[in-house]
Write a new protein. Sequence first.
Length: 362
Amino acid sequence: MTVERIAVGVATPYDVTVGRGLIDDLSRWLPAAGGRRRAAVVTTAPVAQHYAAPVTAGLEAAGLVVYLQDVPDGEPAKSLAVLGGLYDWLASIPLGRGDLIVALGGGVVTDLAGFVAATWHRGVRVMHVPTTLLAQVDAAIGGKTGINLVAGKNLVGAFHQPVAVVADIATLETLPARELRAGMAEVIKCGFIRDPIILDLIERDPVAALDPSGDVLVELARRAVAVKAQIVAADVFERGDRALLNYGHTLGHALETLTAYTRYRHGEAVGLGMRFAAHVSELTGVAAPGLHDRTTRILTKVGLPIVADPVDSDEVFAVMARDKKVRDGLQLVLCTRPGEADVVAAPARRLLTTALTGLQRR
Ligand code: NAD
Ligand code: GLY
């Protein structure tokens, strides 16, 4: 069994362990006990049915008393109401400052449980056991946590780094195929911004790339985790290069917002956003011709959409300008060549419109 440990070099460093079968022996990957007695596991039914038992057994084997709570499935769980219910549950345990919260699930669960951990008793330790590819390579790493308000997504949150992340690629065997492909968009993003070998591996064998029982996906996840770990460690609070992780996200977020988060999975919108950004990179001369075609081909190979539903460009650009990350005018992450990206001031509207039109054309 290949097991890789990638260190995230933040103020209190932690490891992301990537491999297959890790949750069958979870106690091995737990950080030093440090006086913890209780573990409060936050999860959701589709995940709990497969993985609650081995995770509970692993935590018990480490001497912890385990409490488990399901939250509603999907994005609605990132709400004030669910958050309030979790606080009441922690109070009933009662979970103390020296205890541990464990997030078992996709990015919704890691964001929500991470925020609970950031705020409970002014901060308790959290371990992430991500079970979607998106959470394994992105959401569970780097300490961004949060919930949504009616006014917008992720408007309430905190930076709170986990003490450990255990990414068991075998859990992806039960993940719906559409979710797996959506997570692959974030892996591809890591290829375009930092590690082009990711792109080569996917192009060489896209079927193996999407097979959770093989080694190629473990290698891809390891590489994507290494990219995220490097970027986060260099810029924890997103004052500089962490913004590169938003490649494909500015348009992606706008498409998600305008379709009320019901039309696209996040990774699908990011894939479309990368195709748009690659086209803009070429139109502005930031990248040589070929980037847009390569992006289209690689998205196609892994079954991600390459054409967006028709959208009103005025609405799209208005939403992009309202992005909470916009500070000094709209900026875009563009790819200069596979493996390198940069944050640049958005080019003339005419170029953006050409790229947006291209994204909607068959
Ligand atoms: P998700 O957590 O809703 O999971 C998708 C679906 O897959 C859910 O129905 C879930 O129950 C199911 N599932 C998860 N693992 C499974 C498994 N192994 N087997 C069977 N079913 C499984 O969605 P997601 O795409 O993982 O996460 C999206 C969230 O992540 C969004 O809220 C987004 O804002 C957040 N996010 C956060 C960051 C960050 O840096 N904090 C980064 C990216 C995304
Ligand atoms: N998902 C982008 C980041 O963590 O910064």
